[in-house]
Design a protein around this ligand. Structure first.
Ligand code: DX5
Ligand code: ZN
Length: 220
């Protein structure tokens, strides 16, 4: 289980996205939060920005779609060059079809669950996904407080993933920082999204190194 860090550009300067991508050369992914004012009460960016960002950086894009109609739009993010496209279980009407479409276009397929959505009903879908994203804040905004109440679900998800061969990555997103990442790693997460903890730091590269070291310490 290799630790991966995916800085969220939601906390970056949107006027300088190419520079902000270049500021984190030690990131495994760039986490791109797509919000549509419908699934969440916030609006960020969409396909044209993802296409432009993909051209501006070699770091693979980890697109987290917080949108009301992922069945319609997710495949286009894969076509736009995203390395990973994650849809919300609460929003998808045909998750199996959409996850298969994402994969067929060459991207990794992710399924996200809000803090109050149980993971057990999705066990049978694990074969269809490359990553499970467990939200550790209510989706919509950066800089929120980490919800410890989600940790038992992280443990449970790791158990279910283990039962299905251990191939699926387990991502946590929201309030992940130097103080909370160890609890997430101990519970079984291996991909860590961090917005404020990376882009809010005076030295984003050092912040990523510290997060990675803390997560590795927790599992060693
Ligand atoms: C929240 C987003 C997160 C957000 C995390 O809806 O999905 O990716 O950027 O930001 P922090 O790390 O500041 O909680
Ligand atoms: Zn996110």
């Amino acid at each position: 289980m290799a630790v991966q860090i995916s800085p969220s550009i939601l906390a970056a300067d949107f006027a300088r996205l190419a520079d902000e991508a270049a500021a984190v050369p030690n990131a495994d992914w760039l986490h791109v939060d797509v919000m549509d004012y419908h699934f969440v009460p916030n609006l960020t960016l969409g396909l044209p920005v993802v296409e432009a960002l993909h051209k501006a950086t070699d770091t693979p894009l980890d697109c987290h779609l917080m949108i009301a109609d992922p069945d319609r739009w997710a495949p286009q993010y894969a076509e736009a060059g995203a390395g990973s496209v994650t849809i919300h279980a609460e929003a998808a009407k045909a998750p199996i079809r959409t996850l298969r479409e994402i994969r067929s276009l060459g991207a990794r397929a992710g399924l996200a669950l809000n803090p109050a959505t149980a993971v057990d009903p999705y066990e049978d879908l694990l074969g269809e996904v490359d990553m499970l994203l467990l939200m550790t804040v209510e989706p919509g905004f950066g800089g929120q407080k980490f919800l410890d109440v989600v940790l038992p679900k992280v443990r449970r998800a790791r158990e279910l993933i283990g039962r299905h061969g251990g191939r699926v990555w387990l991502q946590v997103d929201g309030g992940v920082d130097a103080g909370t990442i160890e609890r997430c790693a101990e519970a079984g997460a291996d991909v860590f999204v961090a917005g404020s903890a990376v882009y809010g730091a005076s030295d984003p590269v050092a912040a990523i190194d510290e997060l990675r070291a803390a997560a590795n310490r927790a599992v060693s």
